[in-house]
Structure formats: C-alpha cells, structure tokens
Write a protein that binds this ligand. Structure first.
Ligand SMILES: [Zn+2]
Length: 348
C-alpha cells in the first residue's frame, strides 16, 4: 500500500512508497482506510531533518499526525464499519509517569511518550492504519470533508480547558479574548472562543488573503499592527505565533486577573531588550497567569469533536486552502505562504 515516509534526521528524504507493509495487528483492533491527513509545521521540521524519530529498529517514519479515516473493521464493537475516525497522536510513556498513569499523556513528565508520525510510532499518511479503541475518536458524519482538523482542534480544546481551570481559581466571568496569530491554531482558538460567547479579537500580520474574512465570519474582530496598539483589556490571550515580541506584548496587554496561554513554539536564538522587572510587577499586581500548553488527551479530543460538529461546516471547509492528491504529495509539503491548512487527500 502507499505511504509517505521520511528517514528522520536526513533532510529531503521525503518519499511516496507503493509497497509499504499493511499495518501490524499489534497497532490496534480497529482497521481504518485513510481519507486524508493534514500538513503542519511539525511535518516541515521532520522533512528538514530537525525532528522526528522512526519506530524502534526501523529506518523510516511514516509521516502524518492529523488523521481522518473511515473504519473498515472493528471487532471490538467500539465503532462501526463506515464510521469516520481520527487517531489520537500521543501515547503514554511506558514507565509510566504520574500523568501518563492516569491517561493525561499530554502532561507527560518524563518525555518518553510516543507520537504517531513524529516520535517512535508510524504516522497516518498511508492507505490503511490500525488504532486501539482507546485512541480512536469517532466523528460526526457531517465532518467528512474537514475531520482532519480534529488534531489541531484538540490542541486548542486543551488550551481552553486549562484556561478555564485556571480562571476558576477565583470568580471568573471573562468577556474578551484576544488571539494572536490567524493560522489554523489561532483560527480554531477563535472559533472555540466564539462558542464560549466571548467578544473575540484576532491579530495577525496579514492584510490580504483569506484570514480577515475568516475572522469576521466568526463574528470576531480582525486587527493588524501590534498588540500594544490595541485598545483592549482582554481577560484571556491565546498566543499562537511564538514571535518573541508578540509573546511579551501579550503578557503586558492582558487585563487584571488575566490569563495568557502560550501555544506557539519559538525557534529561540533571537534576543530582544526587555524590562523583566516591569513584567514581574504587572503579573504580580494583577494576579495574572502565563502558561504554556501543548498536545491533548482523550478528553480534549472528545471536546474538539463536539466543537467541530457544532461549528459552521462551510467555515471549517474554508480553512482548507489546498487538497493535494497523494500522488502529488511533494506539493502538499511545499509551503506557498498563502495557505491556512493543506491536506493530503488519500481518496482522490
Ligand atoms: Zn509520561
């Protein structure tokens, strides 16, 4: 069968293979036919050789962690043939650490977790894959064209889950949310904010392209320029750029008792002049919280599946700016700068 693979650590080793072996029975009871995988920045880093780890004893890693498939067979009876399904990306570490021991693998403490298509587990960019019932998330049939957005949506669902847990340390009546960055994560973070009936503001550099209209279609307000210039006092900031200046401005901008959730991974190495004492003073005197958030556990995947099913499906569809047939796989992994989400289509 077909599979899109890389040799981790070897730049430009991206290949489409026609004779990849069928998924091993040990991978899980549920056999799935791939419909699509989403492409993201992590895939690019793996392709460039900066990241990624093949399964033990293997040279190649199947790419793809943003999955969507259709169940072919499930002897466990969890799902029915024909059901839409996505596979949870991260699996708990084998030790396990205290968090993985209770299936909070998104909070793994020892870093020995594994991840499909990233770290030690084969990805979903292959014609068929298997999954254990515990890691199989069933999707509403309406999500057939867009269900590969479930993985990025799960990341955002976790961010909001933790924002709310932190907010509830005291009386919590948030009204205004600011999202920095209007890529897939930022737009999905804004979607979940509007579902919470917050007044939502999204800031991005783009002045053209689809982002301004996608934000307005949510009933949110689109901004360009700097965070500092905004005439806002947000209760929550979801930071999705990882750009150092934006991150620091977000920490300074958040209102009293505010929460800043950082989701962007910065590359590091760039330094900027910055008054750390003033930031400390602002955080202390306003009871503000700044926290990082990554990945998602099963609870968040379920929350994300509900959130996507409730969303305007045509809006979700417009996040997918290119659908590339598998045989033209290299195009899917070539960024254009115009894309929001690119999808590799296994059904085409
Ligand atoms: Zn762990």
């Amino acid at each position: 069968m077909r599979a899109v693979t890389v040799t981790p650590g070897v730049p430009d080793s991206l290949r489409l293979t026609d004779d990849w072996p069928e998924p091993a029975a040990e991978e899980g009871a549920i056999l799935v036919e791939a419909l699509a995988v989403g492409v993201c920045g992590t895939d690019q880093e793996i392709i460039e050789g900066h990241y990624g780890e093949a399964p033990p004893g293997q040279q190649q890693l199947v790419l793809g962690h943003e999955s969507l498939g259709r169940v072919l067979e499930d002897p466990s009876g969890t799902l029915r043939p024909g059901d839409l399904v996505a596979g949870v990306v991260r699996h708990p570490d084998p030790v396990p650490c205290p968090n993985c021991a209770v299936d909070e693998w998104d909070m793994c403490r020892n870093g020995q977790y594994t991840e499909h298509g990233i770290k030690g587990l084969p990805g979903f960019a292959r014609d068929r894959w298997r999954v254990q019932p515990k890691f199989a998330v069933g999707l509403d049939p309406v999500l057939a064209p867009v269900g590969m957005l479930l993985e990025p949506a799960s990341v955002v669902a976790k961010a909001w889950d933790h924002i709310e847990r932190i907010g509830n340390r005291a009386e919590w009546k948030p009204q205004t949310a600011l999202v920095t960055g209007a890529g897939p994560i930022g737009l999905l973070a804004a979607l979940l904010a509007t579902q919470r009936e917050l007044s939502v503001h999204v800031l991005d550099r783009a002045t053209t392209g689809p982002k301004p209209d996608l934000v307005r279609a949510l009933g949110a307000t689109y901004h360009t320029g700097t965070v500092d210039e905004l005439d806002l006092d947000p209760d929550v900031v979801v930071e999705c750029t990882g750009a150092p200046v934006v991150v620091l401005d977000a920490m300074c901008k958040v209102g009293p008792a505010g929460i800043v959730c950082l989701t962007g991974v910065s590359s590091g190495g760039r330094t900027i002049d910055f008054d750390a004492g003033a930031l400390n003073r602002a955080l202390v005197l306003e009871n503000n919280v700044v926290f990082g958030s990554v990945n998602a556990n099963r609870r968040h995947w379920n929350q994300a599946a509900d959130a996507l099913a409730r969303a305007d499906q045509s809006w979700l569809n417009s996040l997918i700016t290119r659908r590339v047939p598998v045989r033209e796989y290299a195009q899917a992994y070539t960024p254009t700068g115009e894309d929001i989400k690119v999808v590799l289509d296994f059904a085409a």
